[in-house]
Each structure stands twice: as C-alpha cells, then as structure tokens.
Design a protein around this ligand. Structure first.
Ligand code: ZN
Length: 277
C-alpha cells in the first residue's frame, strides 16, 4: 500500500504535465487561428480571454528578452525614391539603427532541423521562394512560418528577367501571388529578382502587383561563411542566404557576426513600409 501512493502521485504528475504540454502546444500552433485549442484550454482556463492574453504576453516578452531581435522601428523608414509606377530597389534599409535582415532564397534543400534551429533562435527572417519548391513541401515552409519566417516572391521559375519582354516579366513577378496566398495565407509585399537582375520593367511589374520594393542584398553566405560587400556589418544591411545543405552553418555565422558586431536582426516587412501603390 505504501508503494502505491507514490506511484499514483507520479502518474497524476505526469498526466498534469502532459495536459500542460498539450495546452501549450495548442496555443503556440494555433496563434492567429480560432478554435483549435478550445478543448484543452477549457480544462485550465475559465474563458477564451485569458488564453489570448497569455499568448500575447508570451510573444511580447520573448521579443523584448531576445538580444538578437530588433524591435520594429518607431517610425516608418523612407525608401529610396523611385519614379512613379516603379517599386524602389533596396539592398540596405535606410536606417542608423544597428539592425540587419536575414533573407533565404529558392527552397531547394529542406532540412527539417532548420525549423528547430529557428525555434531556438527566435529571430525573424524572410523567405523568397519559387512556387515549384514551395509546392513540393509546403509543410516545411509552414513550419518555418510558425518560427518567425515570412514568405515573399522570387518569380515563377527563376529566369534572368533582363532577357524577357515586359509582359513575360510581369507574369514572372506577379504570377506567384495566388499560389503563395493559397499555400501560406499571406499576400506578397516584397519581390526579389533571381541573380539580382532588375530594371525598370521589373520595378514596374513589382509595383503593379502590390510589391513595396525590389529587394537585393549587401552580403551573402556561402559554405558556412558570411561575406559582406563593405566588410563589417552596416546598419540596414540585407543578407542573402539560400536553402542549401550548409544553411545551418550559414545561420550560425550570421548570428555570430550579429552578436560580435553589436547588431540585431529585424523583420524586413516591418521596416520596408511602402512609398509605392
Ligand atoms: Zn534564387
């Protein structure tokens, strides 16, 4: 009988822990959605209002406490002027804040460990995907969305846009909107041209389908090493990365530089607020 009591106590403790874990997972996985967490949260929470408060508080606290994450800018950042009807081209966000931006292109190599890596880091990043790779494994990219990633456009099938007629350019630039909205639930607001090849036709096409900017870069990673065009990190730098087998090492080198040089990582969409339609 004496042996039964601790065992029962242990069983109840494990069950309680499981209920807490399941509840927490439901809250995290369903942020921004309705309904999914109701059965488990109703066990411990009297009504839906505390659940919303708890989720909001947790997210805000995490952002404030993470030394790698830059807060959103207090005022909108003015983009370089572009001619009427043309989206501006930007490779460095005009700011004096020590903030840089992580962008990851294409989507060819998809290592599930990267999702866990971003979960640990808690940093924002922007994915410029092509729809072919996105369609191959949308759950992978949705997993990254849940860990702080956003999805933006990178053409339908990765051509050199400078070799295409204006109509074909527009098809490439704007033709991913429906697919990505269906797969990821968010409209695109930024565009990255393959190889960084852009001109007025590309800028016009981008503006015509609601992109705030054509996004280039000031440095890139390759084989686990970040190389910046100007040497050290500079406020507002946009960093180009790819979904390659070295992405984990690439992320490590970027975060190492960010820490060593006293920078933080911002969410590109929060800083590039539009001057175009
Ligand atoms: Zn690309």
């Amino acid at each position: 009988m004496a042996a039964g009591a601790p065992s029962r106590h242990l069983t109840i403790s494990v069950l309680a822990a499981l209920v807490l874990l399941v509840g927490a997972a439901g809250l995290a996985g369903c942020a921004g959605e309705e309904g999914g967490a109701t059965p488990t949260t109703s066990l411990t929470l009297p009504d839906p209002a505390p659940a919303t408060d708890a989720t909001t508080t947790t997210a805000a606290t995490t952002a404030e406490e993470n030394p790698l994450v830059a807060p959103s800018p207090a005022a909108p950042v003015a983009l370089p002027p572009a001619a009427p009807g043309l989206a501006p081209v930007v490779s460095r966000v005009p700011t004096t804040e020590k903030v840089v931006f992580m962008t990851i292109d294409d989507g060819m190599f998809r290592d599930p460990a990267i999702i866990g890596k971003f979960r640990e880091l808690g940093i924002p990043f922007t994915m410029f995907l092509t729809p072919g790779y996105a369609e191959e494994d949308p759950e992978f990219f949705r997993g990254l969305q849940r860990e702080g990633g956003t999805v933006q456009g990178h053409t339908v099938d990765h051509p050199n846009l400078l070799q295409l007629a204006p109509d074909a350019v527009r098809t490439q630039v704007c033709g991913t909107n429906d697919t990505f909205t269906r797969l990821f639930g968010t409209p695109q607001t930024l565009f990255r041209p393959p190889y960084g090849n852009t001109d007025a036709d590309v800028q016009r096409a981008a503006a015509s389908c609601g992109h705030r900017a054509v996004v280039l870069w000031k440095g890139s990673t390759n084989g686990g090493k970040l190389t910046m065009q100007d040497g050290p990190l500079t406020p507002g730098d946009i960093i180009l990365m790819h979904f390659r087998d070295t992405l984990g090492a690439d992320i490590d080198d970027v975060t190492r530089r960010v820490r060593e040089e006293g920078f933080r990582i911002g969410r590109l969409e929060d800083w590039l607020v539009g001057t175009t339609p």
